[in-house]
Design a protein around this ligand. Structure first.
Ligand code: NAD
Length: 502
């Protein structure tokens, strides 16, 4: 067993995962750090999936009657388990997804944050009281548990995405079946074990409240097709959303789609360039360009282009790339060889379209890990390569002179996830955030497009899928809304003045 495999096994053991769950299975798990196989997991069969969904449905039938603040107590216990396990789980995220230690820990912190949020929410699942046109009547909305929630997640946020959905779904009275990315099953096994620990400390948690289906798209398809799953929250590529969305629509299930992004930032003449440089560097190079919110397109005003872009190029040339376990690494590996092939294809297409590329070459790293220098590509226009999402660290940089044109180009792509403007001019900032400004789900001022907090609703428009998760009123997606009209009088006036006397 390699050193990396031993470290992985030790972490999994400390996190409470049985050795049999990550040895002897048919699916090998590779660490992007060195390309080594670190575990073998067992795929769920179609029968396993059917059993898990049936059991989760039984769990829902019991869980929906537990009072919501009491349900919040289970999520509070989960948050406690995550606090205790933060260092180990964060390191496992680093080993399995290749994130830097700081980002691995940050992802677990995000899980803790959403648990805290959901605990508070468990006492605030409130509806409205509405004016009624009939005398001696009261009309109100109440929110009821929905059913089994399916969660399909992507490799790049291997644990946080589950928690965004599960913490809210649990306080809303739902059960959860999770199909994690086939590239990151180990972190899912660890999170599942932590949930089971929390559930064991909670007297009235029904069995199978949170289930796990390890496997590839076939396991995901089973979840999407199952009539007992009332909503599927699916995070991944737009291609995945295109496959999943129509199946859910055909059986009138809900979908919450969190798909690809192609995020832009606009740098205005008045921007604080020191702040902009840091904001752009983190958003474009952080997580090795493998965030849905990664900055991929930068529009720089002509008057500051020749000041900012050379400084950016210097940052690209000096950024520390390598083993994500090293404390000073800022850019870790790409997830796999297919990712490198996509990056090379995009750079080749951009060059053919007149782009001037800085960086993008392979850099030495441990073993067979795939390490690249982030690429900065100066373009005169948004060609096909710029308009598609390549899930790798490529930043396309373009000049602009007119803010309206820059906003137009910000919006002129199929995706609509995140966007930013760097400016000290309040008119420009407000123009960017108003109805005729950015058409994305996220529009920031003086911070980059990545690194969202859990308090705001997260998601995007157009090919990003339209879903919203985490904060604000996202919880409503996991509940069934009932409008109740109560007549406390002794007559029966009909709405709209309709008369029906018998
Ligand atoms: P992917 O689409 O390859 O896989 C995502 C998940 O979907 C995996 O669990 C996979 O097994 C499953 N899947 C794929 N096809 C399926 C099908 N037909 N039916 C059911 N399940 C299916 O994505 P990836 O490479 O893991 O992640 C990168 C992509 O995810 C990027 O496009 C990125 O922008 C996107 N992403 C979006 C968000 C967001 O919140 N908008 C967050 C993270 C990642």
């Amino acid at each position: 067993m390699s050193g990396l495999a031993q470290d992985t096994a030790a972490l999994l053991g400390r996190l409470g995962v049985a050795t049999s769950a990550f040895t002897g299975g048919q699916r090998s798990v590779t660490s992007p750090i060195s390309g080594e196989v670190v575990a073998h997991v067992h795929d769920a069969t179609a029968d396993d999936a059917a059993r898990a969904i049936d059991a989760a449905h039984d769990a829902f039938l019991a869980w929906r009657s537990v009072p919501a603040p009491r349900r919040g107590e289970l999520v509070r216990l989960l948050g406690e388990e995550l606090r205790v396990a933060k260092a180990d789980l964060g390191m496992l995220v680093t080993l399995e997804a290749g994130k830097t230690i700081s980002e691995g820990l940050g992802e677990v912190q995000e899980m803790i944050d959403i648990c805290d949020y959901a605990v508070g929410l468990s006492r605030q699942l409130f509806g409205l009281t509405l004016a009624t046109e009939r005398p001696d009547h009261r009309m109100m909305e109440t929110w009821q548990p929905l059913g089994v929630v399916g969660v399909i997640s992507a490799f790049n946020f291997p644990v946080a995405v589950w928690s965004w959905n599960a913490a809210l779904a649990l306080v809303c009275g739902d059960s959860v079946v999770w199909k994690p990315s086939e590239k990151t099953p180990l972190t899912a096994l660890a999170v599942h074990a932590l949930f089971e620990r929390a559930a064991a400390r909670f007297a009235d948690a029904p069995a199978s409240l949170c289930a796990l289906l390890i496997g590839d798209r076939i396991a995901g398809e089973a979840l999407v097709a199952a009539p007992k799953v009332r909503i599927v929250s699916a995070t991944g590529s737009t291609a995945m959303g295109r496959a999943v969305g129509p199946i859910l629509a055909a059986r009138f299930a809900r979908s919450l789609l969190e798909l690809g992004g192609n995020n832009a930032a606009i740098v205005c003449p008045s921007a604080d360039l020191d702040l902009t440089l840091r904001g752009v560097a983190f958003a474009a190079m952080g997580t090795a360009g493998q965030r849905c919110t990664t900055l991929r397109r930068l529009f720089v005003h002509d008057s500051v282009y020749d000041t900012l872009v050379p400084r950016l190029k210097a940052a690209y040339a000096s950024v520390r790339i390598g083993d994500p376990r090293a404390a000073d690494t800022l850019v870790g590996p790409l997830i796999d060889p297919a990712s490198l092939a996509e990056m090379e294809r995009a750079l080749s297409d951009a060059r053919a379209d007149g782009g001037v590329v800085t960086g993008g070459e392979r850099v030495a790293g441990p073993g067979e890990g795939i390490y690249v220098r982030p690429a900065l590509v100066e373009m005169s226009h948004q060609g096909e390569a710029v308009r598609r999402e390549t899930f790798a660290p490529i930043l396309y940089v373009m000049r602009y002179t007119d803010l309206a044109d820059a906003i137009h180009r910000n919006n002129d792509v199929p995706q609509g996830l995140s966007s930013s403007i760097f400016t000290n001019d309040v008119r420009e900032a407000e123009r960017f955030c108003c109805a005729t400004g950015s058409d994305c789900g996220i529009a920031n001022v003086n911070i980059g497009p990545s690194g969202a907090e859990i308090g705001g609703a997260f998601g995007g428009e157009k090919e990003t899928g339209g879903g919203r998760e985490a904060g604000s009123d996202s919880w409503k997606a996991y509940m069934r809304r009932t409008t109740n009209t109560v007549n406390y009088g002794s007559t029966l006036p009909l709405a709209q003045g309709v008369v029906f006397e018998i």
